[in-house]
Design a protein around this ligand. Structure first.
Ligand code: CTP
Ligand code: MG
Length: 244
């Protein structure tokens, strides 16, 4: 099967996380968060190369860690930009300079999501390659809480139809050509988005959502660390609850 090249945006400041050590390098069981993510990606046989994008001031220490942890598929880190989208675009431009086939597979995965589910990448690649009409594949999870829209004073304006609402995650998978167009058009029009599929949608691309996992959480706040430890321990959450 065709293999994927992954851009890993990890150049954020982690403001909501609020630790003295940056979120990207926060130690989880003695290993920096970004290394957990890079290791998991590197262990997937469908991943060809991985390009981490971090703050300019962190390039040196990350490159040293890539050596220390023996992550051979991981390229030397490049520097990010002001917004997540700018960081991803820096990564995309690197691949555009080094690849000329628009059919190459480019995946984008947040450095802050260390628990990519086993088999997810293979599932995504299969879905994308099986249907030429599809421009992108992303994982998402159906919402379980009822969602309300509020005004700026906190009063409810309306209740949204939960059935059609999905919270999306990374990794997100696209072909190089469509991603190049989506990003070029976004910068021409001054569009900024918090995920990559939004930019593909903007150019009329067809993006399919497949089942994600709650375990694939994005570390955003301190309390997410507790959940992460729980998910990293016994895999009981993956088993069927039919022991009784
Ligand atoms: N990211 C990035 N470049 C930026 C902003 C974010 O590469 N300019 C990355 C983050 O490092 C993270 C991912 O995009 O891996 C998702 O962003 P988020 O969870 O919002 O992380 P931060 O931006 O670091 O956190 P915060 O918004 O709380 O400051
Ligand atoms: Mg952010």
């Amino acid at each position: 099967m065709k293999r994927v090249n992954v851009i890993v945006p990890a150049a954020g400041e982690g403001k909501r996380f609020g630790s003295s050590e940056k979120k990207t390098f926060f130690s989880i069981k003695g290993i920096p968060l970004i290394i957990h993510t890079l290791r998991r990606l590197a262990a997937d046989p469908l991943v060809d190369s991985i390009l981490p994008v971090v703050g300019q001031e962190d390039i040196k220490r990350l490159n040293e860690m890539i050596g220390t942890y023996g992550l051979e598929k991981v390229k030397k880190a490049i520097s990010g930009g002001v917004e997540r989208q700018d960081s991803v675009y820096n990564g995309l431009r690197f691949f555009l300079e080094n690849m000329d086939d628009p059919q190459e597979l480019i995946m984008i995965h947040d450095g802050a999501r260390p628990l990519i589910p086993d088999g997810l990448i293979a599932h995504m690649v299969r879905e994308l390659l099986n249907d030429p009409e599809i421009d992108g594949i992303i994982p998402g999870i159906r919402l379980t809480d009822t969602i309300k829209e509020t005004d700026d004073k906190g009063f409810i304006k309306r209740t949204l139809d939960r059935e059609s609402l999905i919270a999306v995650q990374t990794p997100q998978l696209f072909k190089l050509g469509i991603l190049e167009k989506a990003y070029r058009v976004a910068y021409e029009k001054g569009i900024y988005a918090t995920d990559d599929s939004s930019l593909v949608e903007q150019i009329g691309g067809r993006v399919k959502i497949i089942d994600g996992s709650v375990k694939n959480l994005k570390i955003t706040k301190k309390e997410d660390i507790g959940l992460l430890y729980l998910y990293m321990e016994g895999e009981i959450y993956d088993q069927d609850w039919d022991w009784f």
